[in-house]
Write a protein that binds this ligand. Structure first.
Ligand code: GLC
Length: 738
């Protein structure tokens, strides 16, 4: 009897322990790594392989048998896209997925405000959470190398430090909702022409000093849970399975423990996908956003071919386990996490957030004779001219196209603010329909549109011209690049014609890229108003009416001509390449780094932006003029709002070094701080710069190194408006190589 009792007790114990053992992955109180190992130990090889590739356009398998949910993802950087059909790009036409459209990421970068970046990430993450997504395919942080890149509007500008400071809080915000951010496109996706094949040739210094920093910050400070490989090649290997980028730099050096997701259609080889760091294959054979290669999911490179290779002993099971672990880790951090919030969708808070981000993003570029702000009631007749005043800026542009719950146009915002009865509108110019892959001119008569607009302008007290680019192909749109720096659709001629009959013209540009302005000297006010999403019209009128004081700063240079930009100062091989290779001949001199070093005058410099008030900077001082290896430079100064209006100002700190052993840019942004000052108020501001951030990438040592010697700290309100300078001496030191 006793033995029987002992056997039963043992059996129960084993069953309970066995049961407990087999259930650890379901126990949300257990450490994630224990849950990962437990789940992995219970899965078959087939189930592990199934984790590693798509089962639909935007989902991949979990393990239904174990109650592990599928992994659903959705675009994009400034709004959660509507649900798509199971295996197509087309909308599923749901009626509950119209989102809040937030400003595009160039607008976010223009705020120069990391707190705004967190607000942005938290808000869009709440919408992704509500839509039951495990991964939000955002943010994009590819460096703005050429003003022709069709996707610059999705990214955070030309400076790696600015992009690094803005991407981290965005990721923290998204992931605070139990949704994985997916920083993209890793790496060197800086043009859309031949994006799916072009092989990028770039120096190690430029790679590490310009193109990788935002991704490195996303991983090491943002703790991003997933990253998307880029379509292009680097060193002859596709970035979605690139040994150097993914295995060496990302996973070994940066210690990335998340999931490498391919771009949709970016996977080209089972051997390379297995061995070169890809974890999750999505969208294979979709041929970009247009046609559908109805390619069975079981035939994906990481599907049956991978399974067969494992069974034949061609592929190491450890490679599969590493991929599966990373995907399980993402699942346990998101859909199966203990304290996952519930999200929120199209809430008043999200509208307020979208409006606040937009307000802080708008850049006042020119304001002669203080034509702005325009108080309500100042004018009896306001003419609004331009297609962009009344055209959706949210639809089109490629994978970031949104089905938004609402979109306040600039015209609507102006009418709401100043009163419909004193606002008249004329289209002025017309672009073609928003198509993908090609451009179709408008069928409307350009001359009659222009003449009607000029007639209206003649009778108005003030004209708001609302133009710029749009989301049409060859404009700010994925898959293609712009053909020139000029405004399209005859806008230059229209602006010239308007200002001939009315000198009181405010030009409002909606774009994600720099544009040429041949009419600038004749126009008293210019506002860069980005793509601002659902609250665009409200935010624009908040600024032009003076309800909000503009504080945005340019995250990229507006050049006087295209060849003033490094990427366009050489030959076709430098941009866009010869369809096989492209060579980044400007090297580290991207954006203002090129113009400042070559002493070229920009139309509007990086970091510039006016206010309705003025700010004075005192002479800066440092707490020490000689620093040791792990020191931090502390620079202090007094900033005073010397005007009559409260406002924000972003002080920028650039560093330069003469007499250097290596080629250097004339200056590089190393810190910035945005401060609110009431009219007449003064504040002592301290900006800190770790000595380690002054390092350059030593190609011979393949490591970061700080050169000893004198460095000049340049305090400015833009890269060209330097208010003060102070020198410090740095002792040489050797820093880490990751
Ligand atoms: C697109 C884009 C990528 C997007 C993905 C899914 O082609 O390159 O940014 O997230 O495919 O739409």
């Amino acid at each position: 009897m006793k033995q029987l009792f002992l056997n039963v007790l043992l059996g129960v114990t084993l069953m309970v322990s066995g049961q407990q053992k087999s259930q650890i992955y379901l126990d949300v109180t257990k450490p994630i790594e224990d849950r990962v190992e437990n789940a992995l130990s219970l899965m078959t090889t087939e189930e592990k392989v199934a984790l590693c590739h798509a089962q639909s356009k935007f989902s991949s398998k979990g393990v239904a048998r174990l109650g592990i949910p599928d992994v659903w993802s959705s675009d994009g950087s400034h709004g959660v896209s509507d649900e798509k059909l199971w295996s197509e790009w087309n909308s599923a036409q749901w009626t509950n997925d119209s989102c809040t459209a937030f400003p595009a990421l160039t607008a976010l970068a223009a705020t120069f405000n990391p707190e705004i970046a967190f607000l942005f990430g938290k808000s869009i993450g709440e919408e992704a959470r509500h839509r039951e997504k495990a991964i939000l395919l955002a943010p994009g942080v590819n460096i703005y190398r050429s003003p022709l890149d069709g996707r610059n509007f999705e990214y955070m500008g030309e400076d790696p430090y600015l992009a690094s400071r803005m991407v981290v809080p965005y990721i923290h915000g998204v992931q605070s909702n139990g949704v994985a951010a997916c920083v993209k496109h890793f790496a060197l996706n800086n043009q859309e022409i031949w994006r799916g094949i072009i092989n990028v040739n770039v120096s190690d210094r430029a790679l590490h000093e310009i193109y990788l920093p935002a991704f490195k910050a996303a991983v090491q400070e943002g703790n991003v849970w997933s990253i998307m490989g880029a379509y292009n090649q680097y060193k002859g290997e596709f970035c979605c399975h690139n040994d150097l980028l993914l295995n060496k730099i990302l996973k070994q050096d940066w210690k990335f423990d998340g999931v490498v997701v391919s771009d949709w259609g970016g996977t080209h080889s089972t051997d390379q996908a297995v061995n070169n760091g890809l974890d999750l294959e999505m969208g294979t054979y979709t041929n970009g956003l247009t046609t559908e290669g109805h390619f069975p999911f079981s035939s994906y490179y990481l599907a049956d071919p991978f399974l067969k290779g494992l069974k034949d002993g061609k592929y190491d099971m450890a490679k599969l386990d590493d991929k599966a672990r990373r995907i399980l880790r993402l699942i346990f951090r998101t859909t199966m996490s203990a304290n996952r919030p519930f999200g929120r969708f199209v809430s008043p808070e999200h509208s307020q957030a979208a409006r606040k981000i937009a307000q802080e993003a708008i850049v006042l570029l020119k304001n002669e004779k203080n034509i702005l702000p325009i108080a309500v009631g100042k004018y009896q007749k306001i003419a609004v001219i331009g297609e962009n005043a009344n055209r959706s800026m949210i639809v089109g542009g490629g994978s970031t196209s949104l089905k938004a719950a609402y979109e306040v146009s600039p015209l609507q915002g102006i009418q709401d603010k100043y009163g419909k009865d004193c606002v008249v509108y004329s289209m002025g110019y017309a672009s073609g329909p928003s198509l993908y892959g090609r451009e179709e001119p408008s069928k409307l008569n350009a001359d009659s549109l222009l003449n009607a607009a000029v007639e209206l302008a003649k009778t108005a007290d003030v004209v708001f011209f609302v133009g710029g680019l749009n989301k049409n192909y060859f404009q700010d749109c994925e898959g293609g690049d712009r053909k020139s720096l000029s405004l399209p659709f005859g806008e230059d001629k229209l602006i010239e014609s308007i200002q001939k009959v009315n000198k009181n013209v405010v030009v409002v540009l909606l774009s994600g890229n720099a544009v040429d302005m041949p009419w600038l000297s004749k126009i008293p006010a210019v506002v860069q108003a980005w793509y601002l999403g659902s609250e665009a019209g409200n935010a624009i009128v908040d600024i032009i009416s003076g309800d909000v004081n503009p504080s945005g700063k340019l995250p990229f240079t507006f050049p006087k001509k295209l060849t003033d930009i490094g990427a366009h100062a050489f030959d076709k091989l430098c941009y866009p390449g010869d369809s096989v290779n492209v060579y980044y001949k400007e090297d580290i001199l991207v954006g203002y780094r090129w113009l400042d070093t070559k002493k070229i005058e920009p139309l509007f410099p990086f970091g510039c932006g006016l206010s309705y008030t003025t700010f004075a900077y005192s002479k800066p001082s440092v707490d020490a003029t000689e620093l040791k290896s792990n020191g931090t430079v502390k620079i202090s100064f007094t900033m005073t709002n010397t005007g009559k209006v409260d406002g924000h100002e972003t002080a920028q700190l650039y560093v330069s070094k003469s007499k250097s052993i290596i080629a250097r840019a004339a200056k590089e942004l190393k810190a910035f701080k945005k401060t609110f000052l009431k009219a007449g108020e003064s504040k002592i501001i301290t900006i800190e710069v770790p000595v380690s951030s002054l390092a350059y990438f030593n190609e011979a040592k393949q490591a970061w190194e700080v050169e000893s010697g004198i460095y000049s700290l340049l305090l400015g309100s833009s890269s060209r408006d330097i208010k003060g300078k102070v020198d410090v001496k740095i002792n040489s030191l050797y820093i880490s190589n990751n």
